[in-house]
Design a protein. Structure first.
Length: 234
């Protein structure tokens, strides 16, 4: 079927994101180094993030709350107020961090927006994602923006239907196999994986090798040519 609609993930697909979480996590482990070693703190924080996703969702605010919860747990409730204050300040720094576009992001969206219905589909905190999109300078290129609490097959099917197409005529491009690729393949669309050097542990998934509608690209520069091939343009 004709490819009519292309969805782009935002974080670590169009702009940097995970790198700032990693820097803040190092700040977290340094603050609590006297209470536990680095690996133990990392494991406890990841467990808290996994446990709290259903309560706080994705994004900086949930991450900060998980850091505070972990700090309280590993210190048996003795964490100094100054450490809690520093963790909250670290979260505010993340929410103020300038946007850094990834290579070829603007060119890929601009090129494909000429002949396709182009969407931004991202998950996370509404205010933060709106801020990042505004600062990215890419907002005017999208025909629609969807900020969702999670990316599941029913969510994608509803988004594509809302924007006037079937999932079978849609493509999703992103750095996460778990969130950007597998759910779209499940509803009959194309899934294009553009790996990022850093991937959050909770986003790891098996590569769907051999799936007819799965493609993997080194970067976004190759995306317009892939789309042209799928459309039969060359």
């Amino acid at each position: 079927m004709t490819l009519t609609t292309i969805g782009f993930d935002a974080d670590d697909t169009l702009w940097q994101n995970e790198a700032f979480f990693r820097l803040t996590q190092e700040r977290f482990t340094a603050l609590l180094a006297k209470y536990a070693d680095h690996d133990h703190l990392h494991d406890r924080l990841l467990a808290a993030e996994r446990r709290n996703l259903g309560h706080y969702g994705f994004g900086v605010k949930g991450f900060v709350l998980s850091m505070i919860e972990t700090a309280i747990e590993v210190t048996d409730g003795r964490v100094p107020a100054s450490v809690i204050s520093e963790l909250m300040a670290a979260g505010r720094d993340m929410l103020r961090h300038p946007i850094e576009l990834l290579p070829h992001a603007r060119e890929a969206v601009e090129t494909l927006s000429a002949d396709h219905h182009v969407l931004l589909i991202t998950k996370g905190d509404l205010l933060d994602q709106e801020r990042k999109l505004a600062q990215s300078g890419l907002g005017d290129l999208f025909d629609g923006v969807e900020i969702v609490s999670d990316k599941t097959p029913p969510v994608y099917a509803a988004i594509f239907a809302r924007h006037g197409t079937q999932a079978a005529q849609a493509m999703m491009v992103g750095n996460s196999l778990k969130s950007d690729v597998l759910p779209v393949l499940d509803v009959g669309g194309w899934g294009v994986h553009v790996p990022h050097g850093l991937t959050w542990a909770l986003e790891h998934a098996e590569t769907p090798t051999g799936h007819q509608r799965f493609h993997q690209l080194a970067d976004l520069a190759a995306l317009p040519d892939l789309v042209a091939v799928l459309r039969g343009d060359h």
